[in-house]
Design a protein around this ligand. Structure first.
Ligand SMILES: CC(C)(COP(=O)(O)OP(=O)(O)OC[C@H]1O[C@@H](n2cnc3c(N)ncnc32)[C@H](O)[C@@H]1OP(=O)(O)O)[C@@H](O)C(=O)NCCC(=O)NCCS
Length: 189
């Protein structure tokens, strides 16, 4: 019960004002490498204003679906986000999306730790049974990060994505509550 749900060693999960989120998302969205990792639809540019409207509508509408910003602890910099989607209370399952928008922070463990915090939140606070995700075959860094958090590959939709003439799989991954509990026990010992 004394676990700090929102703070790790490298990052903490925060709630930000829509103005701050809108500025960051508009800036991160101009990095097409980033937007292609997040979404297989054609990359689009969203203005700060459109982002702000989306955050104001979306975050107010559904307060039971968790959405967090990610800040680095060392310099309190807003570096990304993590949020649930497709949440089913009935089945105790949720999908999520994660994006470290600040490219300098890729590959340094910030995203993985944010996901570990998010998993702790979904299992400890929301009492979910499992957490699910899908990831594109051209994102091996994300697959590795998810494996480090205990996710297993559960299936793939072969050659579902076409980007610049090349076909890629959509990979489905998931983690069950007991697998997360086992990992948490191992980390605690
Ligand atoms: C995906 C993301 C959350 C991962 O978080 P992260 O903190 O950068 O990941 P980490 O640094 O903890 O780990 C990355 C792992 O991938 C490995 N990796 C990096 N590039 C790789 C590649 N091309 N092939 C295989 N593994 C790779 C690293 O070696 C590391 O594994 P290791 O710790 O065993 O050495 C983050 O990079 C991110 O948000 N990226 C941009 C947006 C995105 O891809 N979102 C996910 C959409 S599904």
């Amino acid at each position: 019960m004394n676990t700090n749900l929102f703070e790790g060693r490298l990052v903490r999960l925060t709630a930000e004002d829509p103005n701050i989120l809108a500025e960051a998302f508009a800036r991160w969205g101009r990095n097409s490498t980033f937007s292609r990792l997040l979404d297989s639809d054609p990359s689009r540019l969203w203005s700060e204003k459109k982002n702000k409207e989306w955050f104001e509508k979306g975050l107010d509408k559904d307060s039971t679906t968790p959405f967090f910003s990610i800040r680095s602890i060392a310099d309190d910099k807003l570096i990304g986000f993590i949020g649930a989607w497709g949440l089913s209370w009935q089945h105790g399952d949720t999908f999520f999306a994660i994006g470290i928008g600040e490219e300098d922070f890729w590959g340094k463990g910030y995203g993985t730790e944010a996901l570990q915090l998010f998993l702790g939140y979904t299992f400890r606070e929301m009492n979910l049974r499992r957490v699910s995700l899908n990831v594109f075959g051209y994102n091996p860094r994300a697959v590795r990060s998810y494996e480090k958090c205990g996710f297993k590959i559960e299936g793939r939709v072969r050659q579902a994505i076409l980007k610049e003439g090349e076909r890629w799989d959509v990979i489905y991954m998931g983690i069950l509550r007991e697998e997360w509990e086992q990992l948490s026990l191992m980390e605690a010992t």
